[in-house]
Design a binder for this molecule. Structure first.
Ligand code: S3P
Length: 432
């Protein structure tokens, strides 16, 4: 039987402050670089969500010692050249970041392995990564989809112009380039999240950036270091939207990541008329982070497309929900990548929000939403996609009836304590 979670609050008030769990992209990279490097790496603020735990399990199979004490992680690694041959297939679960970045790392190692994933991941395109890696000389067998067999070996550097906007593809090539001969350059049309570049520098790699190109020199041996992971702005986005759409809502986000390659949601909220204040900002961990406050105000539709898309790609499901409460038309375009995420997010978001009475239409590369529309209750599918599950839960804050979420457990992929935070914020009785 499908698991069902019912969410309904009587007159919810979004008021308070939260510290969302650690950034998923940065947590993956900290485990990866801590395992590639020799010696000890200590991570604070690690996201113990399902996706990042798959990355941890894979490196344990490769002989890396990884101790977790909640969100603190200590890695002791012999370094990439001294990993051991895994006894089992390497399972990436639902995690595209694990699969794609591991392809780059394993291709340049001395390991032969089989990389597998769950049903959803086994349908997601890998050619975008295996193509450039093969140009570097990688041996990857199995076609465009997982499972894939990777025989690590010596790679040559390349200069690669990316045909898709994807930080996962860029990162896979940079990780392969780290252990290839010569200088590898990756050029993007629009800069996607740059956590890989920032963290490679922190671990001592020789990497430089110019415009939309990143160049890494092959052959550096990395040494373990300390990494602090800020809160995930993609997780905070759900409660930012909650604060923006619930009458009288206001919420502070503590220690949330503010890397400019990820802050498109802040820009969109501001453009739509919500209030977003930056209360504090620090840059000391290699990644900017700070405290921001989002408050309700009347919001209106806008057009979202072009260079901003990579900076908010994972936030588009909840932005679509936001748009149902905004006055006028919101057009989301240039976001065809949504079709190859954990599920086809254009089809899924459109189908599910339509069930609640939203006026939303799918286009090839986005969605068109007319608002504001009152939302009804209903039973919504998560499609096993964490961001769809959380979008459904946030919809309950403005829906007339209860929202029943099918298969809500996938939310633990990126936000294990999501429902606790939702209850804390929505049940707060606030007195002026
Ligand atoms: C990620 C990059 C993005 C994003 C994903 C995490 C990363 O994917 O959607 O959730 O950590 O590099 P693409 O690189 O496919 O755009």
């Amino acid at each position: 039987m499908t698991e069902l979670k019912t969410v309904k609050f009587d007159k919810p008030v979004i008021k308070g402050s939260i510290k969302v769990p650690g950034d998923k992209s940065i947590s993956h990279r900290a485990i990866m670089l801590g395992s590639i490097a020799e010696g000890r790496t200590s991570i604070k603020g690690f996201l113990d969500g399902e996706d990042c735990l798959r990355t941890v399990d894979i490196f344990k199979q490769l002989g890396v010692t990884i101790e977790r004490m909640g969100t603190n992680v200590v890695i002791d690694s012999p370094g990439l050249r001294n990993w051991r041959q895994p006894a089992v297939d390497l399972y990436a679960g639902n995690s595209g970041t694990t699969a794609r970045l591991m392809l780059g790392i394993l291709s340049a190692s001395e390991i032969e392995s089989v990389l597998t994933g769950d049903d959803s991941l086994s349908k997601r395109p890998m050619k975008r990564v295996t193509g450039p890696l093969e140009l570097m000389g990688a041996s990857i067998k199995g076609g465009d989809l997982l499972p894939l067999t990777i025989t690590g070996g010596k790679l040559q550097s390349i200069e690669y112009d990316m045909p898709v906007e994807s930080a996962q593809v860029k990162s896979a090539i940079l990780f392969a380039g780290l252990n290839a001969e010569g200088d590898t350059t990756v050029t993007e049309t629009t800069i996607s999240r740059d956590h890989t570049e920032r963290m490679l520098k922190q671990f001592g790699a020789d990497i430089s950036q110019q415009g939309t190109s990143s160049t890494i020199r092959g052959g550096s041996v990395l040494t373990g270091t300390d990494v602090t992971v800020p809160g995930d702005i993609s997780s905070a986005a759900f409660f930012m939207v909650a604060a923006a759409i619930v009458e009288g809502g206001t919420c502070d986000f503590i220690d949330v990541g503010l890397n400019p390659t990820r802050t498109g949601i802040i820009e969109v909220l501001r453009q739509m008329g919500a209030q977003v204040e930056l209360l504090e900002q620090t840059d000391e961990v290699g990644e900017p982070y700070g405290r921001i406050r989002v408050s309700h105000s009347s919001i209106h539709g806008i057009e979202i497309g072009g260079d901003i898309i990579p900076t908010l790609i994972d936030e588009l499901p909840v932005i679509a929900l936001l748009a149902t409460q905004a006055k006028g038309k919101t057009i989301i375009k240039d976001a065809a990548e949504l079709r190859v995420k954990e599920t086809d997010r254009i089809a899924a978001v459109t189908t599910e929000l339509t069930k609640l009475g939203a006026r939303i239409e799918a286009t090839e590369d986005g969605m068109i939403i007319e608002g504001p529309t009152p939302l009804t209750g209903g039973t919504l599918k998560s499609y096993g996609d964490h961001r769809l599950g959380m979008m459904a839960a946030i919809a309950s804050l403005v829906s007339e009836g209860a929202i029943h979420i099918e298969d809500p457990s996938c939310i633990a992929i990126s936000y294990p304590n999501f429902f606790e935070h939702l209850e804390e914020l929505a049940l707060t009785t606030y007195e002026e």
